[in-house]
Design a binder for this molecule. Structure first.
Ligand code: CS2
Length: 496
């Protein structure tokens, strides 16, 4: 007999983290992906268990309708399947009050952003969703979607365009304050979002700017935040886990590791849930937490993913089980990233690092190298250039950061006669075309001129183009990967 579909009524009470879904929507969330559903939604449900409030979340999917439709079919319920090698826990946060698809319901989206009851707009749209210019790191005013949003003849499609159009409507109707909270892996994610919103506003025709700029200054805050939870893509394994644990069929469960961390600045313009009772930490200075996580976890993760994919490994735990990859991960973490950080006083670095290796080794989770390796062009810019410059300016070569860039370029820049393997080939990256063009101009995707041209394109920020020694080291390591494989390159980076 087919299982009943997951709905609040069919869910065993023990799995429901909230006895009643919130009645009011106080948060509009852009980016209804797995990460949000296993992180912010879970922390919000945990907070609401302690202190009730008008903090239901309206989830907005940017493009794909699958999750939003399934959630609507399931009365906004979905399961979080928390997986560790020895345990599986299934819970149902049910904290959403609705689910929209931005491309299908643009008017509802703007209404929600402008609603006087909306106090917080949160975002998990991935690094790629911020429409950064690959050259300036600011808003990409050349991107056709950004230009269309600035013209405003059609509903806004970019996240920044949607936010600004929503805020514009807000100021025209009631001008109540609101907070925009980025929960993406960007250094200074609030500061960067604020910059993009201001740049978009400045690029609007004068007549359309209303009093937007002074109002943005006085009524809208953009706190910085650090978010952390490993959340792979959903597969049938997790649907089966829900069926086994809850006896219902959920088409869109979310897998997650047990670990979860959320640190934010307490600068909310119009109130917020008591997230501290749901496991979040508030601080005046998020930067040390952000950099710690962005470099030690995300930076090392990228190296593991690229070396792993080139070595034919499908998952991160498979990759870290390879001694040369575990060694390279330790080296990049300890030698190249750690010296660039001020570790927050409440974190014990040895414990934190030990935990990272345990988290990456979570075989039950099956996080794929292709998922972590995707969008490297936008991710690496947040992870690699600053630490690399820290060392280069002090006259030291960060060999394992050079290896990270080399392995990335081997995965996504085509070179004749070399196949990076199926996991690298499956990595999506907005810069694939640009890299192919640069490779075409340099005759091949290796050699110092190719790497110099990549650095010159601004793909990894500005500073690295002034360090030809870094380009030369990346080029040597590319050569080793192509001729002898990733293990040989890792041995060379380690100086062995
Ligand atoms: C990963 C992150 O895909 C990636 O680039 O490094 O998604 C990572 O799993 C999360 O940031 C963990 O919090």
């Amino acid at each position: 007999m087919p299982l009943p579909r997951l709905r609040r009524a069919t869910t065993p009470a023990a799995a429901l983290t909230l006895p009643h879904p919130p009645a009011e929507t106080g948060i509009v969330h852009l980016g209804l992906g797995n990460f949000h559903r296993a992180h912010q939604a879970v922390h919000t449900a945990a907070a609401l268990r302690h202190t009730d409030g008008p903090w239901g979340i309206l989830g907005v999917a940017s493009h794909s309708a699958t999750v939003a439709r399934a959630m609507r079919d399931q009365e906004m319920a979905y399961a979080v399947v928390e997986i560790s090698p020895d345990d599986t826990r299934v819970t149902v946060p049910a904290v959403h009050t609705g689910a929209l698809v931005a491309t299908e319901q643009p008017a509802e989206l703007l209404d929600a952003l402008a609603a006087p009851t909306t106090a917080v707009i949160t975002l998990t749209v991935t690094e790629h969703g911020y429409t950064f210019s690959p050259r300036t790191g600011g808003l990409d005013l050349d991107a056709p979607a950004v230009r269309a949003d600035l013209r405003g003849a059609t509903p806004p499609r970019t996240t920044i365009g949607q936010i600004v159009r929503g805020l514009q409507r807000r100021i025209r109707t009631h001008a109540r304050p609101v907070t925009v909270l980025s929960c993406d892996n960007l250094a200074g994610n609030g500061t960067q979002t604020r910059r993009l919103v201001h740049e978009f506003t400045q690029a609007l025709p004068a007549a359309e700017r209303d009093d937007l700029t002074p109002w943005l200054e006085s009524a809208v805050t953009f706190p910085n935040s650090m978010v952390d939870r490993i959340v792979p893509a959903t597969t049938d394994t997790y649907r089966h886990a829900v069926a086994t644990h809850l006896g219902v069929h959920d088409t869109v469960p979310v897998p997650a590791e047990p670990f979860s961390m959320w640190v934010m600045e307490d600068r909310f313009a119009a109130g917020r849930p008591h997230w501290e009772t749901g496991g979040a930490l508030f601080t005046d200075d998020v930067e040390p937490y952000e950099l710690l996580k962005l470099r030690l976890l995300n930076g090392t993760h990228s190296l593991i993913a690229y070396l792993g994919a080139l070595d034919g490994r499908e998952t991160i735990p498979d990759a870290t089980a390879r001694p040369f990859i575990a060694e390279a991960a330790r080296a990049v973490l300890h030698d190249d990233y750690l010296p660039t950080l001020t570790v927050p006083t409440d974190i014990d670095p040895d414990h934190y690092i030990g935990q990272l290796f345990d988290r990456w080794a979570n075989t039950a989770l099956g996080h794929r190298t292709r998922q972590v390796g995707s969008d490297g062009s936008v991710k690496l810019r947040q992870r690699v250039p600053e630490p690399a410059l820290f060392h280069l300016r002090a006259g030291r070569m960060p060999h394992h950061l050079a290896l990270t860039v080399a392995a990335y370029l081997c995965c996504v820049a085509p070179r004749p006669g070399f196949s990076p393997g199926p996991h690298a080939t499956a990595m999506a990256d907005p810069a694939r075309e640009t890299l192919a063009t640069i490779a075409g101009r340099s005759a091949t995707a290796s050699g110092p001129p190719f790497v110099a041209a990549v650095l010159d394109s601004g793909l990894l920020g500005d500073g690295l183009r002034d360090h030809p020694d870094f380009a030369a080291r990346v080029s040597e390591l590319i050569d080793l990967i192509v001729r002898h494989g990733p293990a040989a390159a890792a041995a060379d980076a380690a100086g062995t």
